[in-house]
Design a protein around this ligand. Structure first.
Ligand code: SF4
Length: 400
């Protein structure tokens, strides 16, 4: 069963061609939930991607696509939440549990500085033991030793976990972590915010409203965040659009109060190896993953739906670089980041987990865009010329 739709009684539903026509305008009307579902299910693939590319050009420089030099760091993997699709966590006090020291994390950041990186994205499990002081001490140490690096850390469920350990409200945890040097929050842990789906996959994670609440609090403190979405749990189109609707509403709310809120929306597909969810699917002969065409459809719809979020990011990690390049032609304006290491999605089957700056530049230039380095706030940075001359490529890239 999908989430309830706010369809106005008596209004005839449009056909997908009418909606594409509307969305092709320079200032199109806001895409409604019901129109988004019609487009998602019925629109011709190429028409949908074309209109998404058209809208992407209204948001960002049409000749450029961006990338970020960053590093993922997973400081610890002890977790009590047991999400069915997670292959990364270990129950506390079991074999394979680890927790990095601040010195170990600092050494990883040093390697990032060596390649001119500008941010770390640091997440871990929901550790039932670690008090807020552990996190504060780590952030203070990292900020002191790496002042130019943006520290984007701890998804909402981790913030909730720290709040529980300390018996404090989540807003107080956010304030203390921000004071210790936290720059922003990753958008992780959203997965599918519609509870029909969410509660079956991660009952201990709680309602999607918890994620929304913590993100709203983060916005109110001026913290930089992104919003994410994982698809492929067997959800309906209405669930997918329901997820986007919750994020769009929160963004409206944050923007109305004068906060930037989410900088970007990033979606990817669930990975099925080494986790309970994947095993169940395989047992039931449902091991087919979401394919590239459906993922690209999702990216295109997200560009059209989020009239209040500037950037749409493609995921090379889960879909591969070829598909990420195609996403740049269908709504996305950013190809993601170097990562340097990845331990969460890769534990569930992804094999390529890092990219060099040159690979990202090559992918963007080969797709016909000018490659621009950015920081975690999407400010453009000086971009080195790495010797990839689009004119000398084996065949000319398409012109934008
Ligand atoms: S996804 Fe996050 S919260 Fe869920 S089990 Fe894995 S580490 Fe824990």
């Amino acid at each position: 069963m999908g989430p309830p739709l706010n369809i106005t009684e008596g209004e005839p539903l449009k056909n997908w061609q009418e909606i594409i026509e509307e969305q092709s305008q320079s200032n199109p009307p806001r895409l409604t939930v019901e129109d988004a579902i019609i487009l998602y299910d019925k629109a011709d693939f190429n028409s949908l991607r074309q209109v998404a590319l058209h809208q992407r050009r209204q948001f960002t420089d049409p000749s450029e696509a961006t990338y970020l030099i960053d590093r993922n760091i997973n400081y610890g993997n002890a977790c009590t939440i047991n999400c069915q699709f997670c292959s990364f966590y270990r129950p506390p006090d079991t074999e394979g549990v680890y927790l990095q020291t601040k010195e170990q994390i600092s050494a990883r950041i040093k390697e990032l500085e060596d390649i001119e990186g500008s941010r770390i994205l640091m997440q871990g499990g929901v550790d039932p033991e670690l008090p807020i002081e552990w996190y504060e001490e780590m952030l203070t140490f990292l900020k002191r030793n790496h002042p130019s690096i943006h520290l984007d850390c701890f998804s909402p469920i981790e913030i909730e976990g720290i709040a529980k350990v300390c018996g404090l409200p989540t807003i107080d945890i956010l304030k203390r972590l921000q004071a210790a040097g936290m720059h922003g929050l990753p958008g992780g842990g959203a997965e599918m915010l519609v509870d029909d789906v969410r509660l079956g996959l991660s009952p201990k994670k709680g309602s999607g409203e918890n994620w929304i609440k913590v993100m709203g609090e983060a916005h109110s403190l001026g913290l930089i965040t992104t919003a994410t979405n994982v698809i492929g749990f067997g959800e309906t189109t209405a669930h997918r659009i329901g997820h986007m609707e919750k994020i769009r509403e929160l963004q409206d709310n944050s923007n109305e109060q004068g906060f930037q809120g989410f900088t970007a929306f990033i979606s990817w597909t669930v990975q099925l190896d080494n986790n309970t969810f994947g095993e169940k699917r395989k047992r039931n002969n449902q091991d087919k993953k979401v394919g590239p065409a459906e993922y690209l459809r999702h990216v295109a719809i997200s560009r059209l739906f989020f009239d209040n979020i500037t950037h749409i990011q493609a995921s090379w990690l889960t879909m591969g670089m070829d598909v990420a390049q195609l996403a740049l032609f269908g709504g996305a304006d950013d190809i993601g980041s170097t990562m340097m290491e990845e331990n969460v999605v890769s534990a569930a089957g992804t094999t390529k987990v890092l990219c060099t700056e040159k690979e990202l530049q090559y992918a963007i230039i080969r797709a016909g865009f000018k490659a621009r380095r950015r920081d975690s706030e999407y400010n453009l940075l000086a971009t080195p010329n790495l010797g990839i001359d689009s004119e000398s490529l084996p065949a000319p890239p398409p012109k934008q």
